[in-house]
Write a protein that binds this ligand. Sequence first.
Ligand code: FAD
Length: 62
Amino acid sequence: MLAIPGSTRHRLAADESGYRNLFLCGDWTRTRIDSGSVEAATLSAIACAAAVLAARDGAAAR
Ligand SMILES: Cc1cc2nc3c(=O)[nH]c(=O)nc-3n(C[C@H](O)[C@H](O)[C@H](O)COP(=O)(O)OP(=O)(O)OC[C@H]3O[C@@H](n4cnc5c(N)ncnc54)[C@H](O)[C@@H]3O)c2cc1C
């Protein structure tokens, strides 16, 4: 597990790339765990998939 003190505020969520069609995942993104680990990477992947689906559903509703 790698988590530098104070680094959590720098982590971006899956839908915070700044582009509406670019989603983020990896152990460096913001999750419930906020540290470098397989668990964080897994949570990140789930959050990323959810963000992709939410964007798709939002686009479909427009
Ligand atoms: C020695 C070591 C031991 C560890 N032990 C543990 C442990 O016991 N338990 C635990 O929970 N975690 C452990 N970790 C941490 C764990 O490996 C990582 O948190 C996890 O692999 C992160 O997954 P990820 O998908 O975010 O990134 P990664 O697994 O790093 O995957 C990123 C992938 O992207 C690829 N890539 C990078 N740049 C590019 C590019 N430009 N184009 C295409 N592909 C690219 C890389 O080659 C890599 O395959 C360990 C890490 C290390 C280094």
